[in-house]
Design a binder for this molecule. Structure first.
Ligand code: NAD
Length: 489
């Protein structure tokens, strides 16, 4: 693929502007470490202040005061423009993070769907009238936008994170500053032209690039009233701390996971194998909800494991150039990610973990890592307890439903879980007992834009993105009480 013209400026006030910090980032191809861009701005304090100022002006004078109908019209136009440009945006994601083009295209198509979904809410943000409760007081509840909001994203699905944060925020009448990951800023920067073309007023959506320091400037900014963060637990903690230490801004945290899949003896084996292989290895396992801890009933463990191994071996042949439509497995996002995954393997070996397949880099070099299945080893091994975020899962067996639930919940994370069984009563009973925000029965979990998404325990802070819950997270609630006794004769 020839490199399209890459945007190398911040997008503030509907214009591409040079960064005032003068500092830059280098983005490398995960295929072979070649340089894709070495002039992506690292936004500093002055740049973030500029973006906040633009967003605040738009909140007060344009986007924050126009009618819901007008907001919907612009968001729907933007959705069409995003759809028309899906191939370009997917190509930029593919280049920066090695995502196979087929996967990148699917993810790019989710963004317009989210803007359309939330455009529908713009003129339907109703308040409430509460029943009079004997004190002659008439009570109204209104839902209002918060003001300037910000979003910080991980690198594995930039366009989805952009849409799931920006669309509800804008539908509610807020304005926004979005920061993509330093590993995948190319598609996000390209959005600037599309935002201006859709007719958003200047300052409604601003894009700033940079690393953790830029994120931290957003998290601690006194004029940003809400921040939504998608990324690791370690950085999420820092965002929460910075928000608390600054202006107590509202925080949504979408963090990592170590999700279990419980496969009962009466499960449809072919379906469970499919989801534990093809669905799990999507994006080379670099998906927060990937079910990387398989708990399989001991009666079917041998058959399941050998089927799964065969499927992993077959899929390993579909590893290749992310640009090719036939490629199913691309490289990992960058050298740091690859080294981190390999370090997990080496620690696992020390803890007695056996590798049925994989456990090494692929002969292709670059950041290609073999799809990997691990068995055995200690329950406290990092390969069982920590998020690897790569093409590697672990398998353990269980005998009873209670044991399966206990093992599934024996984690500090609580993002998602899968339950495979043909007994619906058991599926619902077990789902009810799993400590996670998102459960799939007889499937891998696939987030949808109409459904609330978020994690329990250390996978989040209880806030939700998606659907009506996502919209509400970008609104303040105001109660207005009217004294009905005043002026009575
Ligand atoms: P990361 O935490 O390293 O980076 C995420 C973002 O945070 C980047 O934009 C980065 O620049 C920024 N950042 C880093 N330090 C910061 C700080 N101190 N203050 C503010 N911002 C800071 O995570 P990553 O490696 O990009 O992404 C992988 C992680 O994201 C995994 O743990 C994965 O499970 C998680 N994730 C979660 C979800 C979800 O919805 N729950 C979705 C995708 C990825």
């Amino acid at each position: 693929m020839t490199l399209p013209h890459l945007k190398n400026k911040l997008f503030i006030n509907n214009e591409y502007v040079a960064s005032r910090s003068g500092e830059v980032l280098t983005v490398r191809s995960p295929r072979d470490e070649s340089i894709l861009a070495e002039d992506i701005p690292r936004a500093g304090k002055l740049d973030v202040d500029d973006a906040v100022q633009a967003a605040q002006a738009a909140f007060k004078t344009s986007w924050g005061i126009i009618s819901g109908n007008e907001r919907a019209k612009i968001m729907l136009k933007f959705a069409d423009i995003l759809e028309e440009n899906a191939a370009l945006l997917a190509g930029l994601e593919m280049m920066a993070m090695g995502q196979p083009i087929s996967v990148a295209l699917e993810l790019a198509k989710m963004a317009p769907a989210m803007f359309r979904h939330y455009a529908g809410y713009c003129d339907k943000i109703y308040g409430e009238v509460l029943p009079e409760d004997g004190n002659e007081q008439y009570s109204l509840v209104q839902y209002q936008p918060i003001g300037v909001c910000a979003g910080i994203a991980a690198w594995n699905a930039t366009l989805v994170f952009f849409a799931v944060k920006v669309a509800p925020a804008l539908a509610a009448g807020n304005t926004f500053i979005f920061k993509p990951s330093e590993k995948s800023p190319l598609a996000a920067l390209a959005l600037g032209d599309l935002i201006a073309c859709a007719g958003f007023p200047p300052g409604a959506i601003n894009i700033v690039t940079g690393s953790g320091e830029t994120g931290s400037l957003l998290a601690s900014h006194m004029l940003i009233r809400k921040i939504s963060f998608t990324g690791s637990l370690a950085a999420g903690r820092k965002v929460q701390q910075a928000a608390t230490a600054s202006n107590l801004k509202s925080v949504t945290l979408e963090l990592g996971g170590k999700s279990p899949s419980i496969i009962f003896e009466d499960a449809d084996m072919e379906n469970a194998v499919n989801h534990s292989s093809s669905s799990f290895l999507l994006n080379s396992g670099q998906i927060c909800i990937a079910a990387s801890r398989i708990l399989v009933h001991q009666k079917i463990a041998e058959a399941f494991t050998s089927h799964l191994q065969a499927r992993f071996e077959a899929l390993a042949h579909a590893m290749g150039d992310p640009e090719s439509p036939e490629t199913f497995l691309g490289p990992l996002a960058d050298r740091a990610q690859t080294e981190s995954v390999l370090e997990f393997f080496s620690q696992g070996r020390k803890d007695g973990v056996q590798f049925l397949i994989g456990g090494t880099k692929h002969e292709k070099g670059g950041n290609y890592v073999q799809p990997t299945i691990m068995v055995g080893g200690r329950l406290d091994s990092v390969t069982w307890t920590k998020e690897i975020f790569g093409p590697a899962l672990s398998i353990r067996t269980f005998e009873t439903e209670e044991e399966a639930i206990q093992l599934a919940n024996d984690t500090s994370f609580g993002l998602s879980a899968c339950v495979y069984t043909s007994d619906i009563a058991r599926a619902l009973r077990v789902s009810g007992l799993i400590e996670a925000g998102n459960i799939a029965i007889n499937s891998a979990y696939r987030p949808g834009h109409t459904v609330p998404f978020g994690g329990w325990k250390e996978s989040g802070n209880g806030a939700r993105e998606g659907g009506l819950a996502g919209l509400k997270s970008y609104m303040e609630t105001k109660s207005i009480l009217i004294n009905m006794k005043v002026g009575r004769r």
